[in-house]
Design a protein around this ligand. Structure first.
Ligand code: NIG
Ligand code: FE
Length: 422
């Protein structure tokens, strides 16, 4: 009886996007939303116990006894799964933003010692308390924009103390607040000043010294490498990602963002969880990705913020049958946004994804990219009740009204963690 008393019946879902069906989603299936008009959800112990049209749920005895929440006609979908963020950093890089507006490029700024290295200098100096406070504020903003799970990378430390500091703060944040954080070790973001001109030696240091400590403390689930012009080569990435795999960290790769390097093919070779960015993929890369089970995670916030015209070829990837996800890439250099609704707007208007495709890419396929699709990413019986609620008339208005946040409630494991419902 006590179990039943805790049940929650949510009604008033004008459009309930269940995304029912299998995963990962490719091709035509990417746009399948499993939309129910006037839908309802029954939640028990944080999980979905029943989902369907209101009339069918209201007939269930358990639903009649449940606590009720009437949303009064909202759009309800799975909480966003943001599978690529650099959550923890010490400060914005707003001075570089102005330099780029004046004509400098991202890579020129990096070559002058700015870019990622300027975030590294600041993170090394910052106290854990300062970093925590910033991350907590941003996590609340993620929740306020409908995100319920996010990946979080290290990579602004680049020495043992600062990388471990970052990953331990992620562990603390996982324990103290409701959003699910998936930690990724990105020690190979760029070569730190201590190893200048000795990238191979830095990779060996990471592989032999730091990775084993990260793994032994259970601080990361994934190992990522920025495999690109000005960062690490395919051979270096292969070495480190293989070492990561040997200690239990699955690979994911920053691939083909600034230049076509072969990183996407490395992702296929290693059966990486994801290949992220892909602005510069070749036709052959695209075919190989499409045949693989690697998730192609597109990050249109980067092109938008950097003012670049050439977005990743989303349509060609989808039509070739690749698994496509969308994420914010929240970071101070290339994509300072936590807003998945804004990312959806960019995906639709700049990469010509349909609103339905963008929603599946930002939820179920994001969950697949984090190897959690059996638990989150769609609203089906047995999965966690992670929900985003939008005060709109139609789900297509989520990307349509760009730059406005119409998310009015977010649920994590059935608990209301953000609300401006009246
Ligand atoms: O995903 N490209 C590498 N990493 C980030 C940028 C990080 C930064 O500039 O601070 C990205 O775009
Ligand atoms: Fe990134």
């Amino acid at each position: 009886m006590r179990e039943v008393a805790r049940d929650l019946l949510i009604t008033g879902c004008k459009q309930l996007l269940t995304l029912r069906g299998g995963w990962p989603r490719r091709g035509r299936a990417l746009g399948e939303l499993g939309l129910i008009r006037d839908g309802a959800l029954l939640i028990r112990d944080g999980r979905i116990a029943a989902v369907g049209p209101r009339w069918s749920l209201e007939r269930l005895p358990a639903a009649r006894r449940a606590r009720r929440l009437d949303l009064g006609g909202k759009i309800v979908l799975p909480g966003f799964v943001d599978s690529h963020t650099h959550l923890l950093f010490a400060a914005s890089r707003v001075e570089e933003y102005e330099q780029r507006i004046a004509g400098a490029s991202y890579e020129e700024i990096a070559q002058r010692g700015g870019g990622i290295l300027s975030s590294v200098r600041r993170l090394r100096r910052a106290t854990p308390g300062e970093l925590l406070q910033r991350a907590r504020r941003w996590l609340q903003e993620f929740a306020a924009h409908g995100t319920t799970t996010l990946e979080a990378k290290s990579g602004y430390g680049l020495d043992s103390a600062s990388e471990l500091k970052t990953l331990r703060l992620y562990r603390q944040l996982r324990r103290e607040q409701p959003l699910e954080l998936v930690p990724t070790f990105l020690g190979a973001h760029v070569v730190p000043p201590e190893f200048r001109g000795r990238a191979d030696a830095y990779i060996e240091y990471l592989a032999r010294k730091l990775l084993p400590r990260v793994a032994a403390e259970g601080l990361a689930e994934y190992c990522d490498v920025f495999c690109d012009r000005g960062a690490f080569t395919v051979a270096q990435a292969r070495r480190l990602l293989s070492a990561g795999r040997a200690v239990g960290l699955a690979p994911r790769i920053h691939a083909e963002q600034l230049a076509r390097t072969g990183a996407a093919l490395l992702a296929v070779e290693l059966n990486a969880a994801s290949a992220d960015h892909l602005e510069k993929v070749s036709a052959a890369d695209l075919r190989a990705l499409a045949r693989s089970s690697v998730c192609c995670t597109l990050l249109p916030g980067c092109c938008f913020h950097l003012g670049l015209r050439k977005y990743a070829p989303a349509r060609r990837l989808i039509e070739a049958g690749a698994i496509v996800a969308l994420a914010t890439d929240f970071n101070p250099g290339t994509s300072p946004t936590v807003s998945m609704p804004m990312v959806l707007a960019l995906a639709c208007s700049q990469m010509r994804m349909t609103p339905a495709e963008a929603i599946v890419a930002a939820t179920l396929n994001g969950a697949y990219a984090l190897r959690r699709a059996e638990r989150i990413g769609s609203l089906e019986v047995g999965k966690f009740a992670d929900l985003a609620v939008f005060d709109l008339d139609d789900y297509r208005e989520i990307p349509y009204y760009f730059g406005v946040n119409r998310c009015v409630a977010t649920f994590k494991h059935g608990e209301l963690i953000y609300s401006r419902l009246r």
